[in-house]
Write a protein that binds this ligand. Structure first.
Ligand SMILES: [Zn+2]
Length: 72
């Protein structure tokens, strides 16, 4: 008896068994694609945690501000 599942990435019917280390995915590629989608969704939130180079305030520091930061 073999159990079949549909690959969440491509929908291919694939065996759910110890012989398939990528289950429930049909292949390593589909597994990585699914993980990639999770990561990209996490990082696609608009306006969330801009990097210093994208934050205008960080580009407008005076020499005095930089000196204060360095003392920290
Ligand atoms: Zn697949």
């Amino acid at each position: 008896m073999s159990l079949k599942v549909d690959c969440p990435t491509c929908g291919t019917s694939t065996a759910w068994s110890p012989l398939n280390p990528f289950r429930p995915f049909c292949s390593d590629r589909c597994r990585l694609i699914d993980l990639g989608e999770w990561f990209s969704e996490d990082r696609a939130i608009p306006g969330d945690e801009p990097t210093p180079t994208e934050n205008p305030a960080m580009l407008q520091l005076s020499a005095e501000d930089l000196a204060l930061l360095e003392q920290d």
